[in-house]
Design a binder for this molecule. Structure first.
Ligand code: PLP
Length: 438
């Protein structure tokens, strides 16, 4: 065996013995060893390379090991590796300024957190403070993070064993392919989902509702691209009842959709925007809340009751300044838009024309879901065993996929090239052919 093989074996052995993993039983896992990466690719210790169509957890928007971002982290490490949050720090100010330059008009300040969950946690806290109300309305098809209020805001199964925060209410959002509203087109789905949301707020008592929290495009739940008019309709409902509108851009933000923020595609302006992941491609843990002028000024003379030791950590801030800098100078957001419009979108639709196992393809930019079904007419989800075969088949062909329930999420980095998309689609094509023949 090569020395690479030995290191792979050691990584697997140490992992199995000593590392406790998220969202899973600890036995029976068969993790991938990742030792390094560059651009759209990752490899193990033996140099076995995979095209990363997952962007890890949909976060490496500038790709792996972007040299400018890595250099900025190194340089900052030589200057100051940590600093108290109450200090004024130049790189922190520059990171906030750069983030705000991409936000809509009317946003004033950034509160930095360690990741996406605590970004939502603090956005909820701000909404409760400002309104003096308690409840948070979020969607059943959503993921907002793994901490107190964020996990109870989450809609999926992960909420259920963790339901210890109070004041959370859920509603269904638009999802025409599996409509909860008996809708037959997007217009109906939109209208009925808005009616349902408003009825939930009315029934809960609008005077008790602090916030509506939604992912601009629910990501983990299936890249559920909302119909035109839904988010602006939510904005109107929030205005009608004095409810703070929080848009979670943790997964959809910073280039993923081919826009700086997914909300740019809908012309909607929330009161708070939460972010993490793509802001620095996850090179250093970081997230935050982008705060409107109105909410920010509420705290001009009132104490904000929240904080974190690592709020605005210098290594994270340096990586944000560099990552947003290269996204600007290298046209990375425009690349994601072009790839989605001209290459990946048409490529996935062409696959849907050939493979009856594909029920629906939806997305934009480098943010796509392919819904796999056992039967196109009934839309019955492809069973778990077949989904396992999709994952294994794709990896055997050199592509690291993102498989969630009965869906293949096609979420490469925003820097992905036409050739890499062609390579990845060819692997998916061959894998689906195998599945259909089995
Ligand atoms: N919000 C959304 C939309 C997410 O996709 C995620 C993570 O996947 C989170 C929040 C939580 O972020 P983190 O895992 O950085 O806490």
């Amino acid at each position: 065996a090569s020395s690479g093989d030995a290191l792979n074996a050691e990584a697997l052995d140490l992992d199995a013995q000593h590392v406790f993993h998220s969202w899973s039983a600890q036995d029976g896992r068969t993790p991938l060893v990742v030792a390094g990466g560059s651009g759209s690719r990752v490899w193990d210790h033996d140099g076995r390379t995979l095209l990363d169509f997952s962007s890890q957890l949909v976060n490496t928007n500038v790709g792996h090991q972007h040299p400018v971002v890595v250099a900025a982290i190194r340089e900052q490490a030589g200057v100051l590796t940590t600093v108290a949050p109450a200090t004024a720090n130049l790189v922190r100010g520059r990171a906030a300024e750069s983030i705000l330059s991409h936000a809509p008009e009317g946003f004033a300040k950034v509160f930095f957190t360690n990741a996406g969950a605590d970004a939502n946690e603090n956005a909820i806290r701000m909404a409760r403070q400002v309104t003096g109300r308690d409840k948070v309305v979020s969607l059943y098809r959503s993921y907002h993070g793994n901490t107190g209020a964020a996990i109870v805001s989450t809609g999926d199964w992960r909420r259920v064993p963790n339901e210890y925060a109070r004041g959370h209410v859920h509603a269904f959002g638009p999802y025409l392919y599996r409509s909860e509203f008996w809708a037959v087109d997007q217009e109906q789905e939109c209208e009925r989902a808005l009616h349902h949301l408003e009825r939930v707020i009315q029934a809960e008592g609008p005077a008790s509702v602090a916030a509506v929290l939604m992912e601009t495009i629910p990501g983990t739940a299936g890249v559920l691209v909302p119909p035109a008019g839904y988010l602006t309709g939510v904005r109107e409902i929030c205005d009608r009842y004095g409810v703070v509108m929080i848009l979670d851009e943790v997964m959809a933000g910073f280039g993923r959709t081919g826009h700086w923020f997914a909300l740019d595609a809908y012309g909607v302006v929330p009161d708070l925007i939460t972010f993490a992941k793509g802001v620095n491609s996850g090179y250093v843990p970081a997230g935050g809340v982008i705060i409107s002028e109105a909410i920010s000024s509420y705290f001009d003379e009132r104490v904000f009751p929240g904080g974190l030791t690592y709020s605005g950590h210098p290594l994270a801030m340096a990586s944000i300044v560099a990552a947003l800098g290269v996204m600007e100078s290298e046209g990375i957001v425009a690349n994601a838009a072009r790839i989605g419009r001209d290459v990946l979108g048409p490529g996935l639709r062409a696959l849907a024309d050939r493979h009856t196992v594909i029920g629906e393809v939806r997305g934009m930019g480098v943010f796509w879901a392919v819904e796999l079904v056992a039967d196109r007419a009934t839309r019955e989800p492809l069973p778990a065993a077949a989904m396992g075969a999709v994952k294994a088949g794709s990896m055997a062909r050199g592509v690291l996929p993102f498989v969630q329930d009965n869906r293949l999420h096609v979420v490469p980095p925003c820097i992905v090239t036409d050739e890499e998309i062609a390579e990845g689609l060819a692997a998916i094509d061959a894998t689906l052919t195998d599945i259909e023949q089995a």
